[in-house]
Design a protein around this ligand. Structure first.
Ligand code: GDP
Length: 450
């Protein structure tokens, strides 16, 4: 992702500025100009960049800088806040509730990754115990229904579509009605994409939207469309009430700045990003960790602050040591589960890690999540000590063989499927944890220099 380059340029610009003996308006302007160039290069829309520059100038008090306060920190914090504001439209997207029918309609240009994303979205929720279903209301592109059917079959998700009916509105309504009767709680409607913005596409989209009354319209955008992102997103928003954005192909060479523009144009948050062609290459999008990473502050800047703030001093070194080693054993997972359940200081810290709490304990489902964690812990209780200390990754793939899994299931009175689910969760968390490997552990002083 080229966004990483943007982060590097911004960090260097701030560094250069803070090296100057005297920070005056000229030095600050040079720094901000450098940052502007980097943002424009990353395809962030010109107007947004200009607004950001003005806001920073308003916030950063040049006298404060001259008085020897921590310049780097003040500027970096202002940039951090501005980028977060750009990506956070201030109101959350509609969140569907498990067990209650929600209709989600996907819109976007052809090739944006819309059909793939519909399936990823369905699959993501299905893994969490939802009952999703897919409706193909794309009658424009030959092969659209086949593609959706193929994806849905692979993921074992019910689908609806037609080879003969040419009216997308009719198919959408029939599909939604069918799945409502089947008590599906997430009915996903895939609509036609065209090569470019055209009146017929928008009219069709409007009609499907009016007929199916979706709870949420998701605008799917390819991250590589560059400066065109703002206008494209705005055109969709003007036709239908877009409520969320999903940015695809963030794994490629895309500059990614278009995501910021799409949020500004639709005033809707990015809820997920697509990071590959596979069904599970799909991530929940969190603004703050994303911007931290962008600015080279590490994903874990807020996380580090929290550690220093809430973890008792004598427990900090051990925790930080474990984090920097990046080795996530089942034993560590067990300990973190204990912490999360206690909601003690360390539990609070872990609930800040991107992916740890949002996925493990989604808001509004705390009770279910606690029960799940306890279930996982019972299974881990029945493991041998040897098993729990092992790092379950490709360097040690044999440790959880079939017979061991069966033993755990038997020992804990759980189904093999549940043990597999727990191990999947372990792998997911281990991936997050491993990102902290080699983390330079800042001391209090370093933290202030950030
Ligand atoms: P649609 O025309 O908007 O429905 O787009 P498709 O779902 O058919 O996707 C177009 C192409 O983009 C396909 O080859 C997908 O596999 C690919 N694609 C979709 N999402 C991603 C992603 O996040 N990363 C990558 N690398 N490819 C993607």
């Amino acid at each position: 992702m080229v966004l990483a380059q943007l982060g590097g340029t911004i960090t260097r610009a701030i560094q250069q500025m803070s090296n100057a003996t005297i920070i005056d308006e000229k030095v600050l302007n040079e720094c901000l100009n450098e940052i502007n160039r980097a943002l424009l290069n990353a395809d962030v829309q010109f107007q947004l960049v200009r607004n950001m520059q003005n806001n920073i100038k308003r916030i950063v008090n040049i006298e404060d800088l001259a008085a020897g306060h921590n310049k780097r920190r003040i500027i970096q914090q202002a940039i951090f806040n501005e980028l977060c504001n750009m990506l956070d439209p201030g109101k959350p997207a509609f969140t569907p509730k498990k067990g209650k029918t929600s209709i989600i309609m996907f819109v976007g240009l052809q090739g944006s990754g819309k059909t793939t994303t519909c399936t990823k979205y369905a699959y993501y929720h299905q893994k969490k115990g939802w009952k999703p279903a897919l409706v193909c209301a794309d009658t424009f592109r030959a092969g659209a229904f086949d593609q959706l059917k193929q994806n849905a079959t692979k993921a074992k998700i019910p689908f609806y579509g037609s080879y003969t009916e040419s009216d997308p509105v009719k198919i959408a309504v029939e599909g939604v009605e069918t799945f409502k009767k089947e008590n599906c709680d997430l009915i996903i409607v895939d609509t036609s994409g065209r090569h470019k913005q055209e009146a017929a596409l928008f009219e069709e989209m409007r009609q499907v939207s009016e007929a199916t009354k979706p709870d949420l319209i998701v605008f799917v955008m390819d991250s590589s469309i560059g400066q065109a992102a703002f206008d494209q997103a705005q055109a969709f928003k003007q036709s239908v009430p877009v409520g969320a954005v999903i940015v695809t192909k963030m794994d490629g060479h895309a500059k990614g700045g278009g995501a910021l523009s799409a949020v500004a144009a639709t005033k809707s948050p990015v809820i997920f990003i697509g990071t590959g062609e596979h069904m599970d290459e799909f991530e929940v999008f969190d603004v703050k960790p994303f911007v931290s990473r962008l600015l080279g502050m590490g994903d874990w800047s807020g996380f580090m602050d929290k550690i220093h703030e809430v973890v008792p001093k004598d427990q900090q070194p051990e925790l930080l040591q474990k984090l920097s080693e990046g080795n996530f054993t089942l034993r560590i997972m067990y300990e973190q589960f204990q912490n999360i359940l206690k909601m003690g200081p360390i539990g609070q810290v872990f609930s800040m890690l991107p992916g740890f709490s949002s996925e493990l304990m989604p808001k509004g489902q705390e009770k279910e999540s606690q029960a799940k964690i306890k279930r996982y812990m019972t299974m881990m209780d029945s493991m041998t000590n040897e098993g729990k200390s092992c790092k379950l990754d490709s360097s040690n793939p044999k440790i959880m063989n079939d017979s061991r899994i069966m033993r755990i299931a038997r020992g804990s009175g759980r189904h093999v499927r549940e043990v597999m689910e727990m191990l999947e969760e372990y792998k997911r968390l281990a991936k997050i944890w491993s990102k902290m490997k080699g983390l330079k552990i800042p001391t209090r002083g370093d933290m202030n220099m950030r």
